[in-house]
Design a protein around this ligand. Sequence first.
Ligand SMILES: Cc1ncc(COP(=O)(O)O)c(C=O)c1O
Length: 365
Amino acid sequence: MQPPDLLMIPGPTPLPDVVRTALGQPAMGHRSPEFKAILEDVLPGLQWAFKTEHPVLLYTASGTGAMEASLVNTLNPGDRVLALCCGIFSNRWADIGRLIGLDVTCITVPEGQANTVASLQQALHDDLSHPPAQRYKAVMLTHSETSTGVLNPLKELVRCIKAHGALSIVDAVTSLGAAEFAMDDWGIDLAVSGSQKGFMLPPGLAFLAVGPKAWEAHKQCKNPGYYFNFTKTKKAQAIFTTPYTPSTPLIIALQAALTLMKKEGLPAIVARHATLQGMVRAGLTQMGFSLMVPNDDIASPSVTSVYPMAHLSAPDLRAQLKQRFKITVADGQGVLKGKIFRVGHLGYISERDVLTTLEAIKRLV
Ligand SMILES: Cc1ncc(COP(=O)(O)O)c(C=O)c1O
């Protein structure tokens, strides 16, 4: 007997049946009226998900593409920027920034900790000693740091950035559709996400919500690139098309996913993730595991990082889970590779999936 694989990783997440059916639809021309009608539904749907009245740009790319697009389109080489670093993905902001010639300063906390309002406030206060033209133009930060399972206090961090006047550029890749997130109410200037996470789709679409201040910055940007160019994408999307050939099957499936998400409702989606997170944290703690993020207040609702027990290494636990139960949990990344395992509880995941995973782990330890 071969039960289907259970993917308990923080993306790509399992696919709902309606999404899989949508992915199997006959090919559709991307300039056809049928496809235009899908974009007329999907683009406002993305605004609903980000809780924004401003345009959400849709790219055929992964989340990293949207991260690069956001910096390339709003900043110029030599601009000073601040990156809040707490793991692999938040470090990526600094890496991309340096590569495109930004003058990047990092505030780095050890793995498993969240970036704090106090250290951000201090850095932004110190920045005021620079003449206005040389102050930080942007602060890049990550809501849910997937490599460690930390949820940063985004609302509070963005409030500080707003008071300083820099652009807030937010990675919401594993927080959108899982954690509370409110682009406009929280005053976020630019936020990125991807399809294979809370949207329950395969990888391949990137979403980029752009607020008015980010549009102003874009106007000052000397080389916004070609494929990811905000102006080209906005202009095309205004008439419900795309500048280049998009991934039509993924966008058709996005319509199905958004319909499902709207039916559940954002508050219920956030509540479901909180429940799953609580079950995973409580279940593993009861078994004797130590969590990498013991503080519930800064724990991501998408993924839980766990230290293995002395008698069963993380690679062995992962291998046995896969072999015996066809359940996949994620490895650690970077310096944490092989040292922790990460249980994803993101997207199309139910209480039954979590209970199955917990019981399977229990039988191995
Ligand atoms: C928080 C976060 N940011 C960025 C990315 C990069 O996204 P992608 O792998 O889709 O390029 C990921 C991927 O897992 C992520 O979890």
